[in-house]
Design a protein around this ligand. Structure first.
Ligand SMILES: *Cc1c(COP(=O)(O)O)cnc(C)c1O
Length: 343
């Protein structure tokens, strides 16, 4: 943000703000190309994958995935593990039969069903899952093995948190606003051989091949969000890449869960094996104190801790941009609050 502020009115001596550039001019092209190259380096994305910088958020992909990946088939497999996979399933049902591979609703989204119970369908066009369920703080501890069936992952709240083997996936997508940059941009990483076989009447804007063939400039992209995402990729590379940020993220999550588990005053219901590194929901033993907790946390400059409206309680989202000192400050505040209000 400081770099963006400093070059906001005059990008590298051009006398133009990035916002004022033509998206097809040489200045902006260099910004866009560098962002893509840096993301490819960060995630070690193989050349046979297209990287798209789209709009419409992850929610648009919920429809674009069946439109582009059914490829003549009539069935798709979905894991149902939380609020976001629920939305993805609802959209897919407009286009095909949806088979639920595993269902976490019966354990209130606190664990992933054991692998031997997973029910894949042999004729599925693809398998979709949500590696990190942002609202419930529920995370897969492994990449599902789907053999030759293309695997699609909604990585909105976990992309860039650690290294990932892109070659295991047919497609990865992520809204930018959690771990990449400002809202308005959605990253799609898709194997090129899957492009070009859409359902009838697919609009051009919903066809991944159209975007791939046009370098994500079929229409005007979200230029400023793309530029800011590029600054974040550059920053991550300077931190030492995803292996380095993964160490910090793991430490942050482990110490926060330890603080919760070591107290009867706080609780996180998720099975330890499936706890999210990024989103840590927690409740107070006495939920009558929730408002007091949020009020005092806000006074201590610990912000946006109110839980999602579906779950209540609290949620600490500790994405890449949250420094470790921020987590330390939250843990110290939680201990003090328990001291003041616990028995
Ligand atoms: C936030 C989020 C979304 C929604 O993204 P939009 O860009 O708002 O459409 C989808 N999936 C997951 C896992 C998310 O965390």
């Amino acid at each position: 943000m400081q770099q963006a502020q400093q070059e906001m009115l005059d990008w590298q001596g051009t006398g133009m703000s990035v916002m004022e550039m033509s998206h097809r001019g040489p200045e902006y092209t260099s910004i866009a190309d560098k962002a893509e190259a840096d993301l490819r380096e960060l995630m070690a994305i193989p050349d046979d994958y297209a990287v798209l910088f789209l709009q419409g958020g992850a929610s648009s992909q919920f429809s674009m995935i069946p439109m582009n990946l059914l490829r003549g088939k009539t069935k798709a497999d979905y894991f149902y593990t939380g609020a976001w996979s629920k939305k993805a399933i609802a959209e897919a049902k407009r286009y095909c039969d949806v088979n639920i591979v595993a269902d976490s609703s019966d354990n209130k989204f606190t664990k992933i069903a054991d692998k031997p119970t997973w029910q894949f369908s042999p004729d599925a066009a693809y398998v979709h899952y949500t590696p990190n369920e942002t609202i419930h703080g529920l995370e897969f501890d492994d990449i599902p093995d789907t053999g030759d069936i293309p695997l699609v992952a909604d990585m909105s709240s976990t992309i860039l948190s650690r290294p990932v083997d892109v070659s295991r996936f047919a497609m990865i997508y992520a809204g930018a606003q959690k771990n990449i940059g400002p809202a308005g941009l959605c990253i799609v990483i898709i194997r090129r051989d899957l492009l070009g076989d859409t359902v009838p009447n697919t609009p051009a804007m919903y066809d991944y091949k159209v975007h791939a063939d046009n370098g994500s400039m079929f229409n005007t992209p979200a230029t400023y969000s793309w530029y800011l995402a590029g600054l974040v990729f550059d920053w991550l590379l300077k931190q030492g890449g995803l292996a380095a940020i993964a160490k910090v993220n793991q430490r942050k999550a482990e110490k926060l869960y330890a603080a919760i588990d070591n107290s009867d005053f706080y609780n996180n219901p998720v099975d330890k094996r499936y706890r999210s590194w990024m989103n840590v929901p927690f409740t107070l033993a006495d939920d009558a104190l929730d408002t007091q907790f949020i009020t005092e946390a806000t006074q201590a400059n610990l912000l946006t801790l109110k839980g999602h409206r579906d779950l209540g309680g609290m949620r600490a989202s500790i994405y890449n941009a949250m420094p470790e000192q921020g987590v330390d400050a939250l843990i110290a505040f939680m201990a003090q609050f328990e001291n003041n209000y616990g028995k």
